[in-house]
Every structure is written in C-alpha cells, then in structure tokens.
Design a protein around this ligand. Sequence first.
Ligand code: SF4
Ligand code: SF4
Length: 293
Amino acid sequence: MEKKMRILWLSAITCNGNTHSFLNYPHMEQFLDDFEFIYHPVIDSKYSLQEIVSNEIECEVLIIEGAISEEFQRGGVPIFEIIKNYSKRVQKILTVGTCATFGGIFRESDYKDTAGMHFDQDRALHNFSDFLDKTISISGCPIHPEVLVNTLYAIKKSVLLRVDNFLRPKEFYAYTVHNGCTRNEYFEYKVDNHKFGELEGCMFYDHGCQAPFTHGSCNKILWNEVNSKTRAGVPCFGCTEPSFPRDNLFNTKKNMAIPEHLPLGVNKRVYLTLAGITKAFKIDRFQKKILDD
Ligand code: SF4
Ligand code: SF4
C-alpha cells in the first residue's frame, strides 16, 4: 500500500470555517486512506498541539488556516516560529482560506498587522519569502473542499500545478465564478432577478453579484456536488479575492447606471456598446417565470 501523506493542519487566527467546509468533503473515508493528519484541531490525530509546537515532527504538508500576526501564539509559541520551523521541513505549504492567504475578515482583529502568509490583501509581504516557491494558496471563505482535496492529491502524485500571481492553482482559479452559472443567458440579455432565490434573472445588474470578476470554480465544481450560490439565487460575494470582504454585498454600486466593477477584461466603452445593443431586445422568454407559481 502506498504510504499515507502526512499533514499538519495549523490554525492561526480563524473561525475554523475551512475546517468545517473540509468536513463536508463527500469521500472522507477514501481521503483518510491516502492522507493522515499528524495534528488537526478537530479530527483525531496522532499528536497533541503541545507535542507539535515543542518538537519538529515529520510531515510532508503544512496547512495553515487563518490569518497570522507576530503577536499570535499557539500552545504558548509564536505562530511565526511554528510556521517557520515546519515550513523548512515540509514539501508543500497550503494557505487554506482567504484569511491565511490575504488576511480576509481577520485583518480587522485586535492583533497587530494581521495578514495572510504572503499577502496583505494584494500587497506582497516578505516575512516568509524563503518559502514562496513551496506555497500554494487555496483562497475562499470558506475553501471549497474539493479544491483542497484535489490540490493535495496533485501534490501526492507529483502533478505540476501552475499558479497565478497569488499562488492559486490555475486549474481552479483561472476561470471566473460567472463561468458555468445557469443564469448566463440572463446576464447576456441584461435581465436582473427581482428576488433572492428566484430561478430567473442574473444578479449582476442590481444585486451585487461579483462572479464576473471573482476567480474560482464554484459553478464548475459544485458545492456538496449539487449547487452553487448563484445557481441557488444568491449573489457571489467575491470571497476568493484579496479585496474580500467588501461593503454592501447585496447591491451593485453604479455610476450613471454603469456598474462600478465590470466583468474582468471588459472596459466601459465595450460595456456601453453591448448594453446599448442588448437593450434593444425584449425577449419574451426571459420575462416569464420558468415554472408557474
Ligand atoms: S448571477 Fe452572477 S454568476 Fe450568474 S450569470 Fe449573473 S453575474 Fe454571472
Ligand atoms: S460563489 Fe463567490 S462568494 Fe460563494 S463561495 Fe464561490 S467565490 Fe465565494
């Protein structure tokens, strides 16, 4: 039998949301045949936190969940020291979640200079630059469990993962969340939805959907293997991006009726031209309910 890959899951300043998301991975039994946690804050593991922080125990992957600050400690040891000690030993480091990657919600914590491991939002940091080459970022609030597990299998099988400027695997983050949404036709013809949860309409024009400028696979690798936010009728909040969280998540900010944030790569002129053309159509099919009440 192939040797199990050993993982240390270290929590920093976190709500443990990524841990909970990971626990929803539908094939956990199979996963645990191939990987083992030398330490995990929730799953039974071989060593205690105290043993982890006071020794340097062999493992191949370090997973960091949560934002970090020089002031923060785990088991009485500064988190910076624990990360440095294990980063030297492991093959790969995964920053799991938007907090560990960009600082996320916990940038607002009371700890000084709270940020991600290599980035404070989109600003590069240099405390851990020796380990940049072995880091992969899995951003998301929370992470998609399949993206984490598929990345771990790629590491185990020595598959080369090409990464973007924020170290996110392109396999999962090269697309926008808009790609694969069941509402694309409504987007094309500028038909917004009227109520959250409705089957009809796109949420970009009025309800703040950030999917056209957010990188992720939420509409290609479905959540719990069945659905995504936008398919269910809730706008994408852009949780994989360095700027997350933004204010005013359910409204599209506009200047003179033009959304402040346009789809990636689309400039104002192109947007206005397309909007002018689509406005000329009134397609009956898109004005109707898909299912009768
Ligand atoms: S709801 Fe969001 S993801 Fe879906 S088509 Fe509209 S903009 Fe794209
Ligand atoms: S749909 Fe958007 S907000 Fe929801 S998980 Fe995906 S990237 Fe995050």
